[in-house]
Design a protein around this ligand. Structure first.
Ligand code: EPU
Length: 416
């Protein structure tokens, strides 16, 4: 088991290239299950979750090779089961359900259990597939789905769901007839999936709005595509600049995807200069309090809630952070408190009263974004912070030690 040691107090400076988006790469890789031929993706981030989905695709008989340029050929699929051993390490494995069922008429996918950020059911995915004519049963912890041919349907999602929208968009791409998704998720990753499915030959309109229309086609073909920059990785490094009073320029990023975060950071007093495809962030010693509520895109992302909390721990006055997407995404609070933060939890809100300094402590990563908040706090804490369970961080942040070292952080990964 690895752990990260960070000595706080360095002002991070320099330019950093943002990696390809994890939450875009995962559905795009699942979408290859719909195609014949060899797909090529560039700017694929080297992450734990990418390894997990590659393993899963190989289990079905797919050929996956390469690293940041990845080729996937799903012409030779001979298995339709996503086992518990893989699904339990990555819930996004559910993304194979729609494509497998639509193309092969059957799929067996382990039901994801609860996780560190909430219960996270998949009822909306299943409801939609049933409306499209699939028979679904739950047995022995698995979802068994079958159909002769999925049929287009009008589907209303009771809740805005990112992977739910993606799963059904993929299934509908090769169903017969027209599918209309209402209250669809509007996240940029959903839009990118629609762009790539359309390159594959699908007929999808409206992605990026809450109504998506999909005219089913018979077959899809392989494509080449470069994965868009990761808005959450970019946002995390923006906060790294803010919290260390640093000056970081992020290249290869899309400022439009970061609007809600940029507005909040400016309210807090951080200087931000936006250029085409790059963002410069300059920290300040005087951070102002603000309130944050997480919402579906274009609202403030839940995937940035833990990181902005680390920053607000050092802002003057009191800030209220409300989590409205997941019911239990505050595992980082206890760890930040161990570093001297003043945070009180009241239901789905964290009441954060700024302190002058944070101090180093041994802390434990509990999920991906919680880990990022601990790294951010450690970058500014007095002394050497030791963060254990680093594998959580490696699921979603590429080369974090190299990237932070390049910006001047005192960071080291060691074996426990
Ligand atoms: N929900 C249901 N029923 C469903 C589906 C979702 O009740 O059938 C609920 C969830 O429990 C949650 C809310 O709806 O309360 C939104 O969940 P959503 O389905 O949108 O989340 P997801 O698709 O499982 C993706 C990202 C998450 C990100 C959320 C919200 C991927 C692979 N994962 O998850 O990313 O937090 O959307 O934006 O795209 C991360 O990268 O750290 C991460 C957790």
């Amino acid at each position: 088991m690895k752990k990260i040691l960070i000595t706080g107090g360095k002002k991070l400076q320099g330019t950093l290239k943002v990696s390809g988006a994890k939450n875009s790469a995962l559905p795009l890789m699942a979408a290859t299950l719909l195609t014949e031929g060899c797909n090529t993706f560039s700017q694929v981030p080297q992450l734990g979750d990418i390894k997990t989905i590659s393993k899963l695709l190989r289990k079905f008989g797919t050929h996956v090779s390469g690293n940041d340029v990845l080729t996937i050929d799903a012409s030779t699929i001979n298995s339709f089961e996503a086992p518990y051993s893989l699904v339990k390490t990555m819930r996004a494995s559910i993304l194979v359900l729609g494509p497998l069922l639509a193309r092969f008429g059957r799929a067996r996918v382990s039901l994801p259990g609860g996780c560190a950020i909430g219960s996270r059911p998949v009822d909306q995915h299943l409801k939609a597939l049933k409306s499209m004519g699939a028979t679904i049963s739950l047995e022995g912890g698995y979802i068994s789905a079958a159909c002769t041919q999925l049929k287009g349907a009008r589907i209303y999602f009771d809740i805005s769901t990112v992977t739910g929208t993606e799963n059904i968009m993929m299934a509908a791409a090769i169903a017969t007839g027209t599918t209309v998704l209402e209250n669809a998720a509007k996240e940029p990753e959903v839009e990118e999936l629609a762009i790539v499915l359309n390159k594959m030959g699908a007929r999808i309109e409206g992605a990026g709005t809450d109504v998506i229309t999909i005219e089913g086609v018979e077959t899809l073909h392989a494509v080449e595509h470069t994965i868009m920059p990761d808005r959450i990785e970019a946002g995390t490094y923006m906060i790294a600049a803010g919290i260390t009073e640093g000056d970081i320029t992020l290249s290869h990023c899309n400022p439009q995807h970061l609007h809600a975060l940029i507005e909040k950071l400016e309210e807090i007093g951080i200087d931000i200069i936006i250029n085409d495809g790059s963002i410069r962030v300059m920290g300040t010693p005087f951070l102002k309090n603000t309130d944050v509520k997480t919402l579906p895109y274009p609202g403030f992302p839940t995937d940035m809630q833990a990181q902005i909390m680390a920053l607000l721990c050092l802002a003057e006055g009191t800030s209220i952070i409300s989590e409205s997407i997941f019911e239990d995404r505050f595992m980082h609070v206890g760890e930040l408190k161990r570093m001297g933060a003043n945070i009180r939890l009241e239901g789905n809100s964290a009441i954060v009263t700024g302190v002058d300094t944070l101090s180093a402590a041994p802390v434990m990563a509990t999920d991906l974004r919680a880990s990022a908040s601990l790294v951010l706090a450690a970058l500014v804490a007095r002394g050497e912070t030791e963060i254990t369970r680093v594998y959580h961080l490696e699921r979603g942040y590429e080369a974090v030690e190299d990237k932070l070292s390049q910006l001047g952080a005192a960071i080291q990964t060691v074996n426990e």
